[in-house]
Design a protein around this ligand. Structure first.
Ligand code: DHE
Length: 526
C-alpha cells in the first residue's frame, strides 16, 4: 500500500487532503506556534483561548474541531483559518491537539497563586444591589452557546444583566451569602467570583488544567474545586480566591486519582468528594477548631493522626468504598452517599450502585441501577409516607424511583429516551425530566409525584433539545432550556403546565435560583 493510501486509511481523512500534500509533510508544531500559541498558549494550556488538550476536548468531536478551525462558529472570537491553512494543515492541527502532552505540566500552589486576579479587594464595593429585585428569587442562567450568563429577575422574568464567562463552564455555579456572590467553575480550571450586587467580577484564579466542579462552604468562607488535571482538590479563601491548600489526591500506595465531583455537607461542616480512580470517598473538614467536647471525626482525626497533623487545616478523612465513584448523590441529611461507577473506562459494567454511610465509613447497601443513573441530578420527595429518590438515566429510557430506607427500586417509569436532568420543588406536585438523548430530545416529561405516572409530555420547540428545569422560589413557575445556539428559556406555569413567556438565549444550559439552592431544596441539585 502506498504511504499516502495508508495514511488515508489510518486517519480516515479521505477528501480532506489537498493534492500532493500528506500529514507527514506538515509541521503541526510549527503551525501551532504561528497560528494558535498566542491565544491558546505555547504549551496548549490556554490563555484567552481554551486549553487544547485531549482531556479538555472530550466533549468536542474531531470533526467539529476541524470545522471550528476551518470556519469558526457564530458568537466566538476565534477567526476562521480556511484562507490561511489548507485542509491537511488543519487536520494536522486537529491531530496535534488531541495528542496528550508527554509531560503534564505542574499546576501547584505557585502556579495557582500566580494566576490569581483580584479585581476588587474584599469590602471595597457597596453592600447594596445596583438594581431592584427580590434577591432571593434571582436566577443565574448559564449560556454555553457564547460563554455568557444572564442574571434574571425571577418575579418579572426580565434579564437584569448579561456577563461574559470563562470558556465552557461545567457543574452548577454556586450562590453564596444570600445571593450577593456567585462562583463559577470552567472546564479549563478557572474559578470566578462574581459580585452580583455590583454586577462585576471580584476575583478569579486558575486552580487546575481540567476542573470538574466547585463547592462553597455553607458559611460562605471557603471554596473548593475538584480537578481531573492535576489530580487535586484546591481550597480557596472565598474572599479573594487566594489558595489556602492544595490537596494531592493520592492513596496509601501512591496512586493518584481524578476527582469526580465535590459537594458541601452543611451540618458536617465538610466537603465530600468522590474519586474516579481510587475506591475511596473523601471528606474534607472545613471547621476551624472543633468546639470543646466535640466528638466528631475532625476531633478523632486529630487525636489519631498525632502531633504532626493536630493543627492541620482541611483534614481529609478517607472512606473505603466498593468501587470507583463517577457520580453520586448526598442524602438530604448528609449522612449517606449513593454512588455509581460508570466503569466505562475500566471495562466494568456500570450497574451497581452503593450506599455509603459517612459515619460508619462503609457501604451499607447496594442498589440496582443498570441504566447509568445521573445521580448528581437526582431529587427526593415524600411518597406514601416514605422518602424516595428519583433519578434519570443516561443509558436507559427510564426514571428510576428508589425507596431510601430499603434501597429497593420501587418503580421504573419508562420515558421516550434517556434523560440528563430532573427537577421538582417542595410546592409542586410534579417532577420534570428531560429526554436529553435520542430522537425525542425535544420532549420534556412531567411526572405526578404521588401516582409516579407521566401526566404530560411537553414539546417546547419541535426539533430542538429541551433540557434542565429549575423552579422559581415559590414553585409557581418552571424554567426550561432550549439547548440550541438559537435557543430560549421557556417559562411554564408549573400548575397548569401552560407556557407563559419565552426569552431568546444562546444555548442556555443550567439555571440556578438563589432561594432553592441556598435552602438546599429537595427538588434541585445542591
Ligand atoms: Fe455535567 C453538573 C458530571 C457531561 C452539563 N455534571 C454535573 C455534575 C457532575 C457532572 C458530577 C455536578 C456538579 C455540580 O453540581 O457542581 N457531566 C458529568 C459527567 O460525568 C459527564 C456525563 C461527562 C463529562 O465529560 O464530564 C457530563 N454535563 C455534561 C455535558 O455534556 C453537559 C450536558 C454539557 C456541558 O456542560 O458540557 C453537562 N453538568 C452539566 C450542567 C451541570 C452539570 C449544566 C449543572 C447541573 C445543575 O443544575 O447543577
Amino acid at each position: 500500500m502506498k504511504i499516502r493510501t495508508l495514511l488515508l486509511a489510518l486517519f480516515g481523512l479521505s477528501g480532506l487532503f489537498n493534492a500532493g500534500q500528506s500529514l507527514a509533510a506538515v509541521d503541526a508544531k510549527a503551525l501551532y506556534k504561528t497560528h494558535c500559541a498566542e491565544c491558546h498558549g505555547p504549551g496548549r494550556l490556554g490563555i484567552i483561548g481554551p486549553a487544547l488538550l485531549p482531556q479538555n476536548l472530550k466533549r468536542l468531536r474531531k470533526k467539529s474541531a476541524f470545522q471550528m478551525i476551518e470556519s469558526s462558529r457564530p458568537a466566538v472570537q476565534m477567526p476562521p483559518f480556511k484562507e490561511k491553512l489548507n485542509k491537511a494543515e488543519i487536520e494536522s492541527l486537529v491531530e496535534l491537539i488531541y495528542t496528550p502532552l508527554k509531560v503534564m505540566p505542574k499546576w501547584g500552589m505557585d502556579e495557582i497563586k500566580g494566576s490569581q486576579l483580584v479585581y476588587h479587594k474584599p469590602g471595597k464595593l457597596p453592600d447594596s444591589p445596583k438594581f431592584e429585585a427580590d434577591i432571593d428569587n434571582l436566577f443565574m442562567v448559564v449560556e454555553l452557546g457564547d460563554h455568557h450568563a444572564t442574571l434574571l429577575n425571577g418575579d418579572t422574568f426580565e434579564p437584569i444583566h448579561r456577563l461574559p464567562t470563562r470558556f465552557a463552564l461545567h457543574g452548577g455555579p454556586k450562590w453564596a451569602e444570600g445571593g450577593r456572590y456567585i462562583y463559577f467553575a470552567s472546564q479549563d480550571g478557572w474559578i470566578s467570583k462574581f459580585d452580583v450586587f455590583n454586577l462585576t467580577y471580584a476575583a478569579e484564579v486558575r486552580v487546575g488544567i481540567n476542573t470538574r466542579n466547585l463547592a462553597v462552604s455553607h458559611d460562605g468562607r471557603y471554596v473548593i474545586a475538584a480537578n481531573y488535571l492535576p489530580h487535586s482538590l484546591v481550597v480557596l479563601d472565598a474572599r479573594d480566591l487566594s489558595p489556602l491548600k492544595v490537596i494531592d489526591v493520592v492513596d496509601g500506595s501512591g496512586s493518584s486519582s481524578r476527582v469526580s465531583a465535590v459537594y458541601t455537607a452543611d451540618p458536617r461542616e465538610s466537603f465530600i468528594a468522590a474519586l474516579k480512580d481510587i475506591p475511596e470517598v473523601w471528606e474534607i473538614g472545613y471547621m476551624d477548631e472543633p468546639p470543646a467536647g466535640f466528638s466528631g471525626w475532625v476531633h478523632d482525626y486529630r487525636e489519631e493522626s498525632g502531633d504532626a497533623h493536630k493543627e492541620e487545616r482541611f483534614p481529609v478523612r478517607r472512606i473505603q468504598v466498593e468501587g470507583y465513584l463517577d457520580d453520586f448523590f448526598l442524602t438530604q441529611e448528609y449522612d449517606r452517599v449513593i454512588g455509581t461507577s460508570r466503569g466505562l473506562d475500566k471495562g466494568l459494567e456500570g450497574s451497581a450502585g452503593q450506599v455509603v454511610d459517612l459515619d460508619l465509613k462503609r457501604a451499607v447497601a447496594q442498589v440496582t441501577l443498570p441504566g447509568m443513573p445521573h445521580l448528581s441530578s437526582a431529587i427526593t420527595w415524600q411518597y406514601q409516607g416514605r422518602n424516595v429518590l428519583a433519578t434519570p438515566n443516561i443509558k436507559k429510557p427510564e426514571v428510576t424511583i428508589v425507596d431510601t430506607e430499603t434501597w429497593e427500586v420501587i418503580k421504573r417509569i419508562p420515558t421516550q429516551g434517556p434523560g440528563f436532568f430532573m427537577r421538582s420543588h417542595e410546592k409542586s406536585p410534579y417532577a420534570w425530566v428531560d429526554v436529553f438523548f435520542g430522537p425525542n430530545r425535544d420532549l420534556m416529561h412531567v411526572i405526578d409525584k404521588q401516582t409516579l405516572e407521566i401526566v404530560k409530555t411537553l414539546k417546547p420547540v419541535p426539533g430542538k433539545t429541551s433540557a434542565h428545569v429549575e423552579f422559581t422560589k415559590d414553585g409557581r413557575y418552571a424554567l426550561v432550556s432550549i439547548w440550541d445556539l438559537d435557543g430560549a428559556l421557556v417559562i411554564y406555569d408549573a400548575k397548569t403546565l401552560e407556557e407563559v413567556k419565552r426569552l431568546p438565549m444562546k444555548k442556555p444550559s443550567g439555571k440556578y435560583n438563589v432561594h432553592n439552592k441556598l435552602t438546599r431544596s429537595r427538588g434541585t441539585s445542591h
